[in-house]
Design a protein around this ligand. Structure first.
Ligand SMILES: Nc1ncnc2c1ncn2[C@@H]1O[C@H](COP(=O)(O)OP(=O)(O)O)[C@@H](O)[C@H]1O
Ligand SMILES: [Mg+2]
Length: 600
């Protein structure tokens, strides 16, 4: 969802600026604190350059006065020219330095915020990701932070500059021409405020028109993309009707927009220029009476235009603050969430290998997002160190859920999971997961080289270790057959590996990891018979001496495990070895086995 900069959403419009949310928003700016001296210097330069800017109308008026023979500053025209050049040069230099300083503060500060936010995101527990779409989360780290950044660098600077011009301008005109200034202050701000409100209203209608136009484009898109469906149902007439209706309503909105725009133009011409001319007329009377030099009137008008511009910009500032508040709220929502671990800067070393004795004791579980659906209803498992067990059952029975609980992605609602007699919840999470490895059904490789993908199991592995692991995983032959070997790029921009090849990369990863407990979640289910054989062979080597939980679809692969658990409706309905289970009369496993082995 790409959001345009500073476009007010419905939520933003309802938002009020309160002491609380402003305070919270300001807290985000602690990321700018390390650069506070840059910031203060930039602010001083900003005030300075805005003040210099305020000299220009006066100088322009003075030039007119000199030409009229009524010089006040005692300078010649040429000297005035030199003075203006000096001012301009100073102004440019100040603006340049200010821009660099501001960029440093906002870029570096926001980069810190982004790193902080990412560290939090990546250490949030899995249930958080069940509740949020990834696209929405990436938008927070990209769009929302960018929005804050431009509020900080552009809006804040603009606000300061316009504020100085507004206040300074008013003070100057009151000193120079109090009567005229009083008259101006009675008219111009009012007119500007009306103009700002008017403008906002027109923008809303323009946005509605844009939306309606987008809607009609969707109709064209959809109907042309599914042209076969349209034609087979002979619904061309219906699509035309839909499209026609939408296009017509664009016309209606456009007409409404035109009327308001027209009125706005009338307003500008009649009221705004009218009041400027009115002040001009009044001023001209003063000039005619000799109360005011003509150059002063000239600079007065320039100041008035500046002040008007400043007032107009304040309306935009308010809207930008509202959108920025929305962005900070969304960012802070993530920063406030408790993370499951603290991310360090190094790979966690494995402190101690578990023995690998696992027990599930009456584990009951439902997913937090679907509390009403009981997935596991009193599961008991018992695995001795180095044993292999298998979980079988229909799709959706809860096999993968058991693996997820084992990985501590979720907590059981009741009951407990222990390893070496200790409740897993009491073990340091990083150390705990460090002892586990998973080979899933679908392996997604990261964009990068094969070497990087294998080393994902152990960041500081030597090339020797990598090759050794690839060999054990039956991956070395095909990796070596690529011209680039381990440096072959895979993923979106690289070559595509087959399912069996990816599986073997995942196994090499797990070998490097050297886990105590291994979880295979249908690791060979999506492979053809031939690659299943090589992968199974690699898996057998990987499982040697490790406690293994095998989730299997094809029973042939689990014939030799120590115990098979049959899962149905969140409960274990049968358990035993293959030979024991096929003896069970009317057994679930027996029926399954019969079906599968007959088919072969
Ligand atoms: N993240 C999740 N959030 C909510 N429900 C889930 C989630 N993952 C799985 N489920 C549900 O839990 C049930 C068991 O799923 P799963 O353990 O994946 O089954 P299996 O691996 O045995 O096919 C299914 O009904 C599934 O829809
Ligand atoms: Mg599954």
């Amino acid at each position: 969802m790409a959001r345009r900069r500073f476009e007010l959403t419905e939520e933003d419009k309802k938002r009020k600026i309160t002491k609380e949310n402003l305070g919270e928003a300001l807290e985000i700016f602690r990321f700018v604190l390390p650069y506070k001296w840059h910031f203060i210097a930039a602010m001083i330069l900003l005030v300075l350059s805005s003040s210099v800017f305020l000299i220009f109308p006066d100088a322009a008026g003075e030039i007119a006065n000199i030409a009229n023979g009524k010089a006040k500053w005692g300078l010649t025209l040429n000297q005035m020219g030199l003075l203006l050049i000096a001012l301009l040069a100073g102004q440019s230099l100040i603006s340049f330095i200010r821009l660099i300083l501001f960029t440093k503060v906002s870029e570096a500060g926001m980069a810190d915020l982004r790193k902080h936010l990412y560290a939090r995101l990546i250490s949030l527990p899995v249930p958080f990701y069940d509740e949020h779409r990834v696209g929405e989360l990436t938008s927070r780290i990209t769009n929302d932070v960018s929005l804050l950044q431009s509020t900080f660098s552009i809006t804040l600077a603009q606000f300061m500059r316009q504020g100085v011009i507004f206040l300074g301008g008013i003070v100057i005109i009151f000193i120079k021409a109090p009567k005229l200034a009083g008259l101006m202050l009675l008219t111009i701000p009012l007119v500007m405020i009306v103009a700002v409100i008017f403008g906002r209203f027109i923008r809303d209608i323009a946005k509605k028109r844009q939306d309606e136009l987008a809607k009609s484009n969707v109709i064209v898109d959809e109907s042309l993309q599914s042209i076969n469906v349209v034609k087979s149902f002979t619904n061309e007439w219906w699509e035309l009707l839909r499209y026609g209706g939408s296009v017509d309503s664009v016309v209606n909105i456009s007409m409404k927009l035109a009327i308001w725009r027209g009125m706005f133009i009338v307003f500008i011409i009649a009221i705004m220029f009218g009041s400027i001319f009115f002040i001009l007329w009044w001023g001209a009377l003063l000039v005619a009476d000799g109360e005011m030099p003509v150059g002063d009137l000239f600079s007065f008008i320039l100041y008035t235009v500046f002040i008007g511009g400043a007032i107009a910009s304040f309306g935009g500032v308010y809207e930008q603050i509202l959108t920025a508040l929305g962005a900070t709220e969304r960012i802070r929502e993530i920063l406030r969430k408790p993370n499951e671990l603290e991310v360090g800067e190094k790979e966690t070393p494995l402190k101690e290998h578990f023995k690998g004795e696992i027990a599930f004791n009456q584990v009951v579980f439902s997913y937090p997002t679907r509390q009403d659906m009981l997935i596991l209803n009193g599961i008991d498992l018992e695995i001795k160190p180095g044993q292999k067990i298998a979980l079988v059952g229909a799709s959706g029975a809860g096999k993968s859920t058991i693996a997820q609980l084992m990985l501590r992605f979720y907590k059981p609602d009741s009951g407990s999971i222990t390893i070496d007699g200790k409740n897993v919840q009491e073990i340091d999470l990083l150390q705990y997961r460090r002892n586990l490895a998973v080979v899933p059904q679908e392996v997604l490789l990261f964009g990068g080289t094969i070497q990087e993908n294998i080393a994902y199991g152990k960041a500081n592995a030597s090339e020797e270790e990598l090759i050794q692991a690839a060999k054990q995983a039956n991956a070395w032959d095909f990796v070596n057959s690529f011209p680039e070997g381990l440096n072959t790029v895979v993923g979106e921009r690289g070559i595509k590996l087959s399912g069996g090849q990816r599986q073997r990369i995942a196994i090499a990863r797990a070998i490097l990891r050297d886990p105590t407990v291994l979880i295979l979640d249908e690791a060979t289910s999506s492979l053809d018979a031939e690659s299943e054989k090589v992968v199974q062979d690699a898996l057998d080597k990987l499982m040697e001496g490790r406690t293994s939980i095998i989730i299997a679809h094809r029973l042939a692969t689990i014939r030799n495990v120590d115990c098979i658990y049959v899962l149905e409706n969140g409960q274990i309905v049968e358990k035993g070895t293959h030979d024991e289970l096929i003896q069970v009369e009317n057994g679930v496993y027996g029926a399954l086995a019969k079906l599968q082995f007959e088919l072969e």
